[in-house]
Design a protein around this ligand. Sequence first.
Ligand code: ATP
Length: 836
Amino acid sequence: MTNKKSNKIGNIFSRLKNLKPGGRVKLILALLCFAFALYLLISLVLFFILGKSDQSALHVTVQNILSDPTNSIHNIGGKSGIYLGDFLINRYLGIASFGFVYFFVLLGFLALGGKKRFLIRTIKLFVVMMWTSVTLGYLFVSFYENSNFFPGGAYGLYYSQWLNTAVGKLGTFLILTLSAIIYMIYEFEKFPDHLKGFMEKSIDFVSFGNKKVIDFFKSLSFKKKIKTDLANVVSNNEATLAEEHDNTENNFVEKEEVTQEMIKEQEHSFPVSQNEPIPIESSLRESEISIPDISSANDLVSPTPSPGEVVQPKLNLEVAEVVHEEQVQTLERDELEDYDPTLELSSYKFPGLDLLRQFDTQSNIVTNEELQENKERIVETLRNYNIEIRSIKATTGPTITLYEIIPAPGVRINKIKNLENDIALSLAALGIRIIAPIPGKGTIGIEVPNQKAKIVSMREIIGSKKFSESDYELPIAFGKTISNEVYMVDLVKMPHILVAGATGQGKSVGLNAMITSLLYKKHPSQLKFVFVDPKKVELSLYSVIENHFLAKMEDEEEPIITDVQKVKNTLNSVCIEMDNRYDLLKNAHARNIKEYNKKFIERKLNPEKGHQFLPYIVVIVDEFADLIMTAGKEIESPIARIAQLARAVGIHMIIATQRPSANIITGPIKANFPARVAFKVASMIDSRTILDSPGANQLIGKGDMLIQTGSEMTRVQCAFIDTPEVEELVEFIGQQRSYPTAFLLPEYKDESSQMSDDADLENRDELFEEAARLMVMNQVGSTSAIQRKFSIGYNRAGRIMDQLEYSGVVGPNEGSKARKVLIPDETNLEMLLQSL
Ligand SMILES: Nc1ncnc2c1ncn2[C@@H]1O[C@H](COP(=O)(O)OP(=O)(O)OP(=O)(O)O)[C@@H](O)[C@H]1O
């Protein structure tokens, strides 16, 4: 070990020997500066301490320093020391002259290449020295008379007195204080850094571990050799002070890009570990704070030095206090605020009640006479048929009055029911309906139209507490019941509505009322309509709210779809939207749109994975009969599909027809539209088609309607909203800031263009072969079987089926029957597949 150490020392000297001439000059200059700084420091300090006893020497001049060899001087700096002390302290800047020591230290560093900020530091140093000198001259004038040393020097005294004469004592005081404050403000932030830098440099300077020296060595040309030394130093982990320089040097060699500033940063951030071996940079740092033996990190006890070994000065290891980071109870995160779907149109203003018309409702009140008259006639007619009644009660509605009677015991209900026409005759009124019994009441109801019907305005419905406070997802307010209650439903629960009524009975007004209630409650981000209007006039009003509330296919120009072919495409596109939404719901593990949107709002779903806030889509089809008559199954199939499945994904339908005949309202449609709304229809058969019971044929028109939800049937007077009101409403919405486009529905390829794709067996669907095997195995050609088995959408399954047909696996479409499978077994199928 001793040999190793002496080798290392030998290396240092051999390196010094190899210094280039330029390097040597720098080193010599630096050493001269440091030596002079030290000499000056000692001389100045001793001038203070021994100044009195060296009084005689105060008359030393530069000439007699060398010529007079007598040495009666105590200052170990000799005559020169005394001269310097006297000159700098008394005749020049006073105590501030100590700054010259620092100046020579800086010069030394400059010689070693530490050019950085030399000039600034020097300027600052002289400013501070001058200020100190003047201030001390100002404060300690008396010293100049009684003492052998002048605190501010002659310079300080001269300028303080010059200031006194110029601005007076107070002015001088203010100037000196103010300049000190200004300097402190400038320096305050940097002061700790400066102090630290100064301390480090001083320590480095004293301990020979100075970075400038290291830099100096670094710039020399003996890197290779030092690298080898480093390997030894690190592996043995027992470096001497000199070896640390090797380490340091080598570290610099390997990381030549590392700047001095970076080293400083590492110095702050380097972790202290007592168990792990100290990495190279650690040894560098420790060397810089003058801890010579880096092995002490693992082994703090130094071995007893053997003869010839260089004994290192024993240094205390200062262990930094362990910092205990404050702990928190819970992890605080910047929680993202909930997503607000309305944000994009946050300035959207909901329409106000003032857009709707107020009707005079007072003049149409049913009078008492009318009620009495009607009561008498009912009682009389029944008596004519020997039917006695125990009590009769009238409830006046907007269009009709309900007379509830309780017959005498023993009267057969059917008997009263059969008297419908007779009562109508005696009352000379149309639209009498007998409800026998009224469900859940045990009474028989006779609905008699009022002489003057009262118009139920949309305004009173929208303005009702029930509507405004409703928390329905998709509230639809229809109008008022017989008992004058606002009748409203949640479309989400319906989930689709079938509307029928003969022409002129209030169907269009009814549709407008439904749309209006939704427009009054929903923000454009929450609801989109798909309007299908083959009559082209009824729903065209709504085109002005295209970019707010409408949905359409991208390549579709008209927002209201009127062309039958386009209706077909749009409905199929809604089917695709439905399939897409199901995929999204499945990925989000949500059972319905409400859950899905809740998750999205709470930012639990990643938009980058295709998730988005899903608005409700309400498809409104006016004149459904026209469509079915022209396009038949092509319209019926997507409508039935949407009606069957779309509820959970927020797609709802309201379809209206003038002709509620059995060939229009077919089984699949009826089965999937449990909510029916009937305006007056032409015949009892029509009423049965729409409501599965008579009644709609007995209505009085003008918005008088029957609403059937499940088994419940309610007679309602539809709210009235006329065209100008609707125009004003949509105008109000339309003029507001909107989305750039309508809500875009997915692209749907028309079947005729699809046929070429489907027929193209080169581009067979990847599920084609598996689907073919499924068909052959089951011997049933069913599209829905493909859908179910492979969990794919209707359109894709249909395409696969077309490809199967084209390749001869299954036969052509046979309507409601399943297709024939043309391949008898799997062996034949495999042969066919190979030949394709
Ligand atoms: N709720 C209502 N209250 C009062 N009057 C109404 C109401 N609904 C409709 N009417 C009256 O009936 C007329 C016809 O209504 P509407 O246009 O809605 O009938 P429709 O069934 O749509 O007819 P079509 O099928 O021929 O378009 C209206 O102009 C209006 O005068």
